[in-house]
Structure formats: C-alpha cells, structure tokens
Design a protein around this ligand. Structure first.
Ligand code: PEP
Ligand code: NA
Ligand code: MN
Length: 620
C-alpha cells in the first residue's frame, strides 16, 4: 500500500509510538503497514486485538459507556447488546461502492469504477487525521479455517469498537491468527476502515459516529479494501462482503476457485446418505429460512453449513469442495421468528448477540416485526421514539440485524468445521417470481446451468427502496458482489466446467417458492415443505427421481414429487409446476435486454444457450 504522503511524519504521539514498538508480532511488513496507517490517520492509541472474551467484554463495556451499545436484560437474550445506528447509516451503500481496478474495463458494466490512483489520493485526504481522539484497532482475522491448507488471512484496521466486537462473532480473529500469519509470513488482505469521525479536543462524541460521505472501495489487483464513513455491517465488517465476496471473487478468478453468495445445506435421506447443496437467492427470497429449514418430510434431515457465503475449491480429483468462510450470521431480523424460523431463534436465544436497529421492549429486551405473532403494546422504536401497534410504521428498521455466532446453531452440520470443506453436489438458484419460473427445474448441462445463473431474476419487494414487483436480474445473486468484470465472471464459471468436466461439476437447479395461481394466491406453501423439492433434487442426483423434459429443463410431474401429507389444491400444484410457452417467450425479451448490457464481452457460450432456448420456444 502506498499510504504515506512522502513527508516525515510527526503526528504520532508517544503512546502510539510505544504501541508500534511493542507490536505483538515480528511480521515487519504488517507492522510497517500499521505504522503507515497510523501516520495517516493519527489515532490516540493502538490496540492489537487478541480476540479473547475478556477483550470483548471490555470493549462492549466501553461501547455501553459511550452510548453505542445498550446491554439487554439476560432473561431472553443473555450477554447481548443492541446498537442504534445513525438513521443515514443503516444498509450497504451500493452507489458508494467502487471496484478500482487498473482499467475501467476490468471492473465491467455492473460496478462503479474510479481510477485507483485518483481514488487513493481522494481517500487519503479523507483519512488524514480521521482517527483523532480515537483508538485504532488492529484485527488479525482468517476467513474459513485457520487449519486450511491455504488459510485466507486478513487484517482489518478500524477505529470502531462495534466493528471489533462484530468481527469477533463473524470471523476467527486474534492472537492465534496473528501468530500463524506471522510465522509463515503469509499473504493477508489489507482491510482499512474508518468511521470518518475524528474527535477533536473537547468535542462531545455521539452514540453512532459516522460520516455523511461514504466510500466502500476495493482494489482487486492489490486485494486491498479501503472503507470510509460507515459503521454498518456490510460496509464496515470487511471480512464479509468486501473480502469474502468481492475481493475473493477476484482471487478465485485468478486462482481457479469461486467465491459465491450462497448458503450451504447438508441433506441426509432416510437411508442416512448425505449430500451438500449450495443455494443462491437474491435478497428477500428467504435465504436464511432455507438455510435453517426444518423438513416436513418424514425421515429427511437438513443441517446448515452456511447461511450466506460459499467458497468453492476444486481438489486434486476435480471435485468441488465448499466451505463457509464465516463464523457468524449477520441476518435480517424482521421476518425471523419463532413460527417462521425457530432454528434461528433458538440460536439467538442462547445469547451473545449484537442487535442493530431493532426495537426495544419495556423489559429491556428487543423485538422486531415477525419475531412473535403477538405484537407488544409498547416499544421504543429503532430511532428512540415511543411506538405502539397504532403508530403505523415499523418498530424495527426493515434492515435491522442480529449478529450471532454460528456455533450456537443446533442444526449446524459438524462438517462446518472441515478445513477443506465438503463435496458439493448441486447448486440451486432461486428467485421470487409470480409467473414463468416453475417450482423446481434441473438444467441439462453445466453451461445451461451457468446461463440460468446469468439470467437469474427476482421481483422487488417492500424490503428495498423503489418500485415493488419489478423483475430485476441478479446474476448468481452476486450483482453487488462481483469484484471484477461480470462477463469475465461468467466466463470463469464456464471455464471451470470445461476444466473439471461435466461429471465433476455440481448439477444446477432453479427454484421458485413464490409462483402464484391465476387467482393470485401462493401456489406453493414454502418453508419446511420445500424439503419436498430438496428430496427431488437429492433423488435426481441419485438417479432415482423422474421428470419431464421442458423448455426450462427437467421439471417434476406431480407423480415425481413426494406430496405425502401435503395439503395442496390441484390448481395450486398445476400452477407451481407449469411451464408456459407464452410466459417463457416473454421472459426471453427480458433476458435479451439484460444480456445487451454486456455487449461483445458476453461469452459466446452464453449466446449459444440463449439461442438454444429461443430454438426450443420456436419448436414448442
Ligand atoms: C449486509 O448488508 O451487511 C449484508 C450482510 O447484506 P445481505 O444481507 O444483503 O447479504
Ligand atoms: Na470468532
Ligand atoms: Mn448476503
């Protein structure tokens, strides 16, 4: 990194100089970087984060003191805290997110791009002195297992204790990581974060300091992250979206692996046979619920390996192996409840949570829309105002979050702890579509599966700003997370199939839990009943389930699905499974519009898949 401005620094106080001299590592390259950042940002002091519980408790106590955290009553969520953010710092800021590759072309048409040198110069001006009056924390972390053959290290420098506490839940951090990194002089991703709120002499702090000017910036060639101005999750916990998706996708492209926005399920059939499946869904499609599903089908078991991110490597036999690089969940609270997601609730009920922007109850616990069927009579909403059911506004912010350690999930598969991951049998793409997309279908080949991913779509919901019910394309559910040119990303997927061979690649499925009947109701009950779809997928992989060839690949007939004990009307099931030529013909128009965005860069193999679909429509 080239953070220094060429002048001899004079900004470091004696305390910081001592803390640099007493760094708990001999890794001089790392200490040099920390010094460079300190010279630029001029913190009051430096803390080398050790990752211990004592440290967490101390920092949480300081956050309570500062008004950032409120300690909750232990009766419902032991050892848990709630934070209320600045109302303008509640979500990822995609319009302020940049991929600063050497060339604009390398960032592609789906990312914001700025020249890296220009961006660095602009951001250095913002970073200069930005940690005045604050502690600079140095967090050594590893994504995935420290025992992996290639541990994926990072170091986040941040001036936010909220970030330190959250990172301790979301990743493996601290002294052991630093030791292994230092002993092996390992490569690590440099992840620099500041809330951008210097505290000058005598200045009063606020509970959630941040800066109205925000930058979430990635330098993919350098594997570096520079984040400024926000304290919120995806903008500030840099191991997650910034590293494990954007930077890791670029690393995977160069190194022959994949970093994907996918949950991971372990499925066990009644004969005790197991398979692992990853699944990508755009937001607001019930991804967390699917990851934590309770099957309704007798004898079938699902366990969670991951709820958000899949890293897929290929072993020496070409077998794809998937790991969840994270150690915690940073889940959307609203809609997570005892009736819809009891497994998530049981994990949260064990305590050790950091909640953000949920509502506060009169007995010093927290509540959010959908947590319980019964709505409390009185709350303090996420903005600190009195709230009653008559208030006519949500009590919790729609993007309020729970941050919870994964090892508290009862249904966490033991294979979560496998350093090199588990064999991946299938990839499921899902979206929210009222029409067109059947309940489940199987792509005929890897290339067709990639085409399905490239054209993945979902209808917008009230969860995000803007019009509701509009079909948006979200390739592989990675639109905001592809750290380089999307056409190259599609090509990488196709190339991996050619390299490792069809027989090694996961089979690709497409699901839609949200199809409507002509009368407008949901055609499929969803939730635990989705286990019937999982069973069909499992049995297809085993070669024991039937299906019908359609325009959309192989789709089960009603006889091919296990509907034992399911209450569903004939017209509902028909609607769920229907493949209508007219709808798919209309879909092709939307697909063509989408593919145009990529111009001549789009791989020819994607054009071929598109033409094959057009041909099938013509013949139908
Ligand atoms: C986030 O916003 O920090 C985040 C985890 O994003 P998402 O829930 O959209 O995956
Ligand atoms: Na941890
Ligand atoms: Mn996500």
């Amino acid at each position: 990194a080239d953070l220094s401005n060429g002048t001899v620094s004079s900004g470091l106080n004696q305390q910081v100089q001592d803390q640099l001299a007493q760094a708990p590592t001999q890794y001089t390259e790392l200490v040099d970087w920390v010094r460079e950042v300190a010279e630029l940002t001029e913190p009051e002091s430096i803390v080398w984060v050790d990752g211990t519980e004592e440290e967490y408790d101390r920092l949480a106590g300081e956050l309570v003191e500062a008004g950032t955290f409120r300690r909750l009553s232990d009766h419902e969520f032991p050892n848990s805290y709630v934070a209320f953010s600045d109302p303008d710092d509640v979500a990822r800021v995609e319009e302020r997110t940049f991929i600063c590759s050497e060339t604009e072309e390398a960032a592609g048409p789906t990312n914001n791009w700025r020249d890296p040198a220009e961006m660095k110069s602009l951001m250095k001006d913002l970073y200069r002195g930005c940690m005045h009056g604050r502690t600079m924390y140095v967090i050594p972390f590893v994504m995935g297992s420290l025992d992996a053959s290639t541990p994926r290290f990072g170091v986040e420098i941040t001036d936010s204790a909220y970030v330190v506490c959250s990172m301790r839940i979301m990743a493996t951090i601290g002294s052991d990581v630093l030791k292994k990194m230092s002993d092996t002089n390992a490569f690590y991703v440099k992840a620099l974060h500041s809330i951008g709120a210097p505290l000058e002499e005598g200045q009063q702090d606020v509970p959630w300091p941040c800066n109205p000017e925000k930058y979430i910036v990635h330098f993919p060639e350098e594997r570096a992250i520079w984040s400024f101005g926000s304290g919120y999750g995806g903008n500030a916990l840099l191991g997650k979206k910034c590293y494990a998706l954007r930077i890791a996708s670029a690393m995977g492209h160069d190194q022959g692996w994949m970093a994907e926005h996918m949950l991971i399920l372990k499925v066990t059939n009644p004969e005790n046979k197991t398979k692992f499946i990853s699944a990508a869904f755009p937001s607001a499609c019930g991804k967390t619920n699917f990851a934590l599903m309770d099957p309704t089908l007798e004898g079938w078991k699902t366990e969670m390996v991951g709820d958000d991110i899949s890293w897929i490597n290929f072993d020496e036999n070409g077998t794809p192996r998937v790991v969840n690089p994270e150690a915690g969940m940073f889940g959307v609270a609203p809609g997570t409840g005892w009736s819809t997601n009891p497994n998530a609730m049981r994990a949260i009920a064990k305590g050790n949570n950091i909640f953000t922007n949920v509502a506060l109850t009169d007995d010093n616990s927290v509540w959010w829309e959908g947590k319980t069927d019964e709505v409390p009579d009185h709350l303090i909403d996420w903005q600190g105002n009195d709230w009653t059911p008559e208030s006519g506004r949500p009590a919790a912010h729609p993007n309020s979050r729970f941050c919870t350690p994964l090892n508290q999930v009862d249904m966490l598969a033991e294979e979560f702890y496998e350093p090199e991951g588990v064999p991946l049998s299938a990839i499921i793409f899902g979206g929210r579509r009222k029409t067109t997309i059947p309940l489940v279908s199987e792509a005929e080949s890897w290339s067709e599966g990639v085409f399905r991913g490239v054209t993945l779509s979902s209808e917008t919901t009230a969860a995000a700003k803007g019009a509701v019910g509009v079909v948006r394309r979200d390739p592989m559910a990675m639109l905001p997370f592809i750290g380089y040119n999307a056409s190259d990303y599609f090509r990488h997927w196709l190339d991996l199939g050619e390299k490792h061979g069809e027989e090694n690649m996961p089979k690709v499925y497409y699901v839609n839990w949200f199809r409507r009947t002509p009368e407008g109701g949901f055609a499929w009950p969803g939730f635990g009943e989705n286990s019937r779809v999982v069973k069909w997928v499992f049995d297809r992989l085993e070669g024991t389930a039937g299906g019908e060839h359609t325009l959309m690949g192989t789709v089960p007939t009603r006889e091919d699905l296990d509907l034992t004990g399911l209450k569903i009307e004939d017209n509902e099931l028909d609607a769920a499974l229907a493949v209508n030529v007219d709808e798919i013909e209309a879909e092709l128009i939307g697909i063509d519009e989408w593919l145009e965005k990529f111009g001549d860069d789009l791989p020819q193999r994607i054009h071929e898949q598109r033409d094959a679909l057009a041909q099938r429509i013509e013949e139908a």
